[in-house]
Design a protein around this ligand. Structure first.
Ligand code: PGA
Length: 249
């Protein structure tokens, strides 16, 4: 059975004190679903979060990573550095990284390799913009993002890959893909994986949906057969909202 995963992407929110207090709140929440729960604080708070959550079921993950092992890359963070503070999973290719920091498919393929070479699990994000959807190109765009970022990998690499479909027009806008739109795209993504790697691999990969998932729409979105979880932005910043989503499974 594929894993259910709910990951909170905190983005550039929460300083150290706010991280401490949100984690305290998160630890008070009761989990009634079987989903794997992750939070992704900023780099500066990863170690604190890891320490504070050592004996909990919440995994601390990173929002980004550089592809080089080390060296003259001012401002960047390597796989080794992430591992040294307990991080075992990294989000790569978020649409904000692609749009504001010019992350290309080629760069992302290198980041994926660097993560996997370091035995770090990858949550690989992709999704179309509104213009693509209006033009009916959304499937072609998503297919090319997946192919360019991941299809150089061997099938067994997918044991450490989670996919996150995040239509850009739904991120932080309050506008969600309808559960039907999400299901349609997730089924297309699984078909794309099946064509390349076969059904067994495709059926084993968790595909998360992201984009304005809230407590009031999570249940319906997660009820779709190819939606295996969520990547949550805004609603991950409040412990009760986040756990309402975690428990929507
Ligand atoms: P949102 O963000 O839930 O605030 O739309 C989702 C994301 O960017 O991962």
């Amino acid at each position: 059975m594929r894993k259910h995963i709910v990951a909170g992407n905190w983005k550039m929110n929460n300083d150290l004190a706010m991280t401490e207090s949100l984690i305290t709140e998160l630890k008070k929440q009761a989990q009634t679903s079987n989903a794997e729960v992750m939070i992704a604080p900023t780099f500066t708070n990863l170690w604190h979060a890891f320490e504070a959550l050592r004996n909990s079921k919440i995994e601390v993950v990173a929002q980004n990573m550089h592809f080089a092992e080390s060296g003259a890359y001012t401002g960047e963070v390597s796989a080794d550095m992430l591992k040294s503070v307990g991080v075992q999973t990294v989000i790569l290719g978020h649409s904000e990284r692609r749009a504001y920091f010019n992350e290309t498919d080629d760069m992302l393929a290198k980041k994926v390799d660097a993560a996997l070479n370091n035995k770090i699990r990858v949550i690989f994000c992709f999704g179309e913009e509104l213009a693509d959807r209006k033009a009916g190109n959304h499937e072609a765009i998503v297919e090319s993002q997946i192919k360019n970022g991941l299809f150089h990998l061997k099938a067994n690499a997918f044991e450490r890959i989670v996919l996150a479909y995040e239509p850009v027009w739904a991120i932080g806008t309050g506008e969600t893909a309808s559960p039907e739109q999400a299901q349609e795209m997730h089924a297309f993504i699984r078909k794309t994986l099946t064509n390349k790697y076969g059904k067994e691999v495709a059926d084993s990969v968790s595909i998360l949906y992201g984009g304005s998932v809230k407590p009031n729409n999570a249940k319906e979105i997660f009820s779709k057969p190819d939606v295996d979880g969520g990547l949550i932005g805004g609603a991950a910043l409040k412990a009760e909202d986040f756990y309402a989503i975690v428990n929507a499974f």
